[in-house]
Design a protein. Sequence first.
Length: 308
Amino acid sequence: MEPSTISRSSTLVRAAIAVDGTQAELAVAAWELAGVYNSSVEYLLEETTEEPWPGHDNRTERAEVAAYLPAQQWHQLEPAARDAAADLLGSEPLFSVKRLPDRDWRTAWHDHFDIVRVPGPTTIVIRPPHKPHKADADELVIDLVPGLAFGTGQHQSTRLCLRLLSEQIRGGERVLDVGTGSGILAVAAAKLGAAAVTATDIDPLAVDAARQTARRNGLAGRIDVREASIPDGERYDLVIANLTADLLQLLAADLVAALGSGGRLIVSGLIEPRLGEVRESLEGVGLELLAVEPEDDWRGMLFSKSRL
Ligand SMILES: C[S@@+](CC[C@H](N)C(=O)[O-])C[C@H]1O[C@@H](n2cnc3c(N)ncnc32)[C@H](O)[C@@H]1O
C-alpha cells in the first residue's frame, strides 16, 4: 500500500462552516481561498416545529462545509478561513471545530470508501486498494487511493464528469483535465481511449496525487500532469473542468481558448441554482450548450465550440 500523507500521530480536527444549503458553494470557495481544496459539503435536513401545509414539506436544507485537517494546519489557516468566509458569506460565519477521536488515520478512510460504479456507455468502476474487485469484460476499472486529493468518485460532480466522458470519448482525442485533483478524470479519459491527456492543478498535493494515480493505473507515460491552470496557446478536442460555479465563470474565456475548432467542454461542480449564471457565462464566450446532466442537486454541462 502507498504511504499516506497523514501520520498516525497527528491530531486531526473537523472544522466546519455552517450555512444555508444554497450557500454551500460559497463556503467551499472560502475554504479554497484559505488553501483547502478538498472540503466536503455535508447536507442536513432540518425539521421545523411548524406543521407543514398538507402535501408540503417545509423542512429547510442546511449544510456544513467541513475540512478535515491536522490541528496544526487548522491553527495556521484559521484567520484566513474566517476572513474568507466573512467576505463571501456576508455575515459572521458560524464555525464548529472539533477534535476527531484518536485512531489510525492511515486506514480510517477504509470506513468510507467502497467501490463506486458509474453506469454509462462504458461502466466505470473506481476501486480502492482495500476492496478487491474482479472487473467484468465491459467494465473500465480505475485504481485509486482515496484521501490524497478530491476525486474519489464519491461526489456527484465527479460522477457527472465520468458519465459525460464515457459518452464523449470516441478514441484519439487530445484531452485537458483542469483541476485534476486525484487524477481520476484524466485516468478515465486515457482508459476510454484519449490519445493524449494533460492534467493540471494549482495544488501541488493534487499534482502528486494525480501522478500517483496515473502510475497506479499504468498510465504515467500517457498523462502529462502539470502544476498549472489552463495552459496558454494549447488546443484540445475535449476539456473537462470540475471546479466551482465561481471559478467556471472566472475562467470561461480561458476555457474556450483551450478548445480547438469543434471542441467540446464538460463542466461540473455546480448546484442547480447556479446553473443559469454559469451557462450564460459560457454561452457569452461563444459556446453552445448541448446537454445538462443531473445527479441530485448537482449539474454537469456539455458545450461545443463551433467549427471555424
Ligand atoms: C472539485 S476538485 C475536482 C477534482 C477531480 N477533477 C474530480 O472531478 O473529482 C477541483 C480541483 O481544482 C483545483 N483547482 C482550483 N482552482 C484551479 C485553477 N484555477 N486551475 C487549476 N486547478 C484548480 C483544486 O486544487 C482541486 O483539486
